[in-house]
Ligand binder design. Structure first.
Ligand SMILES: Cc1cc2nc3c(=O)[nH]c(=O)nc-3n(C[C@H](O)[C@H](O)[C@H](O)COP(=O)(O)OP(=O)(O)OC[C@H]3O[C@@H](n4cnc5c(N)ncnc54)[C@H](O)[C@@H]3O)c2cc1C
Length: 557
């Protein structure tokens, strides 16, 4: 079974049908809620203003983790839940996307943990995760730390530990949730924006003087098609606001007097060529206040992050600035003194916004934990989810959909996402695999490896395009781990509309292989032009826009 994602069909359904649940925003929280609700038999619409995962959910540290640093704060429940979800994703629901990563965490005198507290913390961490013995953490003395990573500073080094966590392609996890929502009957569209609500007053209630005010509820959302133009009224019984940094914008559409519920903080990541930052393995570094910065090598590049500073600008224009870059370079200069990095060595960067919950009116379950999600509900019935973690998206969605089922008067059901793998981790329909197994064999081992790593069991669907047109089995550029068939697949089956959609979200090439992404862009544009009927000026515009974005990621504003 190929993907059924079809934007035109979804837009027509938005106009014509009434839904049980309309989810606004297809970052990880909205996508996971839409998937869960659709799997429980609800009629679901998922509306995304940009591309799927175009905001925070493609700009995280990519860690699927418990958050070791929350243990000293006593956040045991958060860490436990996140570790259980990590293990579920890694072993059951998304093993094709979630990979183990071993960190070396050095301990320095006067900075954060000491060897004893680290050992206790990691024991708890491994127990919570039920880590298999082969991956159990190891405590190291300073000689072993130096041996493991000779580039680390020796001044004040007291020892350290190695431990396992996991990481994943955040944008693809989000996309697979979107896809699964669609496969279970949801109507899904990207580049469709919610711009207001239509409210209905319960007619049965007479607004007498001094009596309870009439019940007003949201009956429809005004949705604008940002590609084809035009608006429609999308009718639904319940509305879920999962718009991340924009949750308050949507809440104000419902109630202009609503108070801010989130405080935004910026997190920046930098990418370096591994030749410039030749670390042997993933590291957890601390700044002088004990704040953690991750250094994660992958193939030819190294991802470094993150920062955490208040943000008050336009969430649509969040970028790394010079101060962010200097902070991260400073942490590395302190911890890896032999490695001399400058701003000019930044191969790419990206910045995202955490929506941290502020205590305020209307918060139903006040969170003592800054990174834990909070669920609010307005008088008119708008449910808002804010905060949370990529790692715990399934659990957050479960809570949200339990609530929606209850409010719709539907019987409580066992949550199907507990044990159902994402699409790329379950067997393809037999019908689809007839002939497809042969197609994946015909495209060569390297291309097949690339596809399996990105699409899991769905790789044969992509391989079919390359089997039909062998030129599509070639890499998009020298050294670039993506092939032409993926562009065709992204346009036809994954709702990609631009170079950005393909190079930033569907393949993550902009942070995984930023230099190769530049070289691949012309080939991607050519295939997209043929698929989408672009003329040469549109093709040039797309390329110019992508080049500007890449330059912005390299040079701080
Ligand atoms: C720097 C950083 C690092 C992080 N690292 C990790 C990590 O390593 N591990 C981890 O578990 N978690 C991590 N997180 C947390 C995690 O990334 C977030 O919790 C998660 O991505 C939030 O997803 P979301 O769906 O709420 O928001 P978003 O991904 O921001 O999605 C909101 C969506 O709503 C859409 N939208 C907005 N307005 C409208 C509208 N009017 N109509 C329709 N759609 C609209 C937007 O376009 C957007 O796509 C990190 C967060 C940050 C910022």
């Amino acid at each position: 079974m190929g993907s059924t994602l079809n934007r035109e069909t979804s837009l027509a359904r938005f106009r014509d049908e009434e839904f049980d649940l309309a989810v606004i925003g297809a970052g990880i929280n909205g996508a996971a809620a839409a998937r869960d609700a659709a799997m429980r038999g609800l009629k679901v619409a998922l509306i995304e203003r940009g591309d799927f995962a175009s905001a925070t959910s493609s700009r995280s540290s990519k860690l699927i983790h418990g958050g070791f640093r929350y243990l000293p704060q006593g956040q045991f429940r958060l860490v436990y839940t996140a570790l259980r979800e990590r293990e579920r994703l890694r072993r059951v629901t998304a093993p094709h996307l979630v990979r183990p990563i071993q960190f070396l965490f050095p301990v320095y005198r006067g900075r954060g943990f000491n060897r004893f507290t680290m050992s206790i913390g990691l024991t708890l961490y491994d127990l919570f995760a039920r880590t298999p013995w082969a991956e159990w953490h190891s405590s190291l003395n300073s000689a072993r730390v130096r041996e493991t990573e000779p580039a680390l500073s020796r001044e004040g080094l007291r020892g350290g530990a190695t431990y396992y966590d996991a990481w994943a392609d955040d944008a693809r996890i989000t996309f697979e949730n979107v896809l699964d929502a669609d496969l279970h009957g949801a109507a899904v569209a990207n580049y469709a924006s919610v711009e207001g609500f239509v409210k209905t007053t319960e007619k049965s209630v007479e607004p007498l003087k001094g009596s309870t005010p009439p019940t007003v509820s949201i009956s429809a959302a005004l949705v604008r098609d940002l590609i084809g133009g035009g608006t429609c009224e999308l009718r639904a019984k319940k509305f879920l606001n999962a718009t991340g940094p924009w949750v308050d914008e949507i809440r104000r559409m419902d109630d202009p007097a609503s108070r801010p519920s989130v405080r935004l903080t910026k997190g920046v990541h930098l990418v370096f060529a591994r030749t410039m930052l030749p670390v042997r393995q993933a590291l957890v570094l601390g700044d002088e206040d004990g704040r953690i910065v991750f250094v994660m090598p992958h193939d030819r590049y190294v991802l470094v992050g993150t920062t955490d500073t208040d943000f008050s600008g336009d969430p649509a224009n969040v970028t790394a600035d010079r101060a962010d870059i200097e902070y991260l370079l400073g942490v590395m200069a302190e911890s890896l003194p032999g490695i001399k990095l400058t701003i000019a060595d930044v191969a790419s960067s990206f910045a995202g916004l955490r929506a941290l919950v502020t205590a305020g009116e209307g918060i139903e379950a006040p969170s003592k934990v800054p990174r834990e999600e909070v669920i609010l509900e307005s008088r008119a019935g708008l449910i808002t989810v804010a905060g949370g973690k990529l790692t715990t998206h399934r659990e957050i969605a479960q809570k949200l959909v339990d609530r929606v089922m209850n409010e719709l008067g539907k019987p409580a059901t066992l949550c199907p996402t507990l044990a159902t793998p994402l699409p790329g981790a379950r067997p393809l329909d037999r019908e689809a695999t007839t002939g497809d197994a042969a197609s994946i064999r015909s495209i060569g081992r390297d291309a097949a490896e690339i596809l399996r790593a990105r699409y899991g069991t769905r790789a044969p669907i992509v391989a079919r395009f390359a089997a039909e047109r062998p030129e599509l089995a070639a890499p998009l550029a020298r050294g670039c781990p993506a092939i032409g068939a993926e562009v065709v697949h992204a346009v036809r089956n994954e709702m990609a509309h631009s170079l950005h959609d393909f190079l930033i979200r569907r393949t993550s090439l902009t942070w995984r292989y930023p230099v190769e992404a530049d070289s691949a862009a012309p080939a991607v544009a050519k295939i997209m032009a043929a698929e989408l009927g672009w003329d040469s000026s549109r093709e040039e515009q797309e390329l110019a826009s992508f080049k500007r974005e890449q330059a912005r990621r390299r040079v701080p504003a």
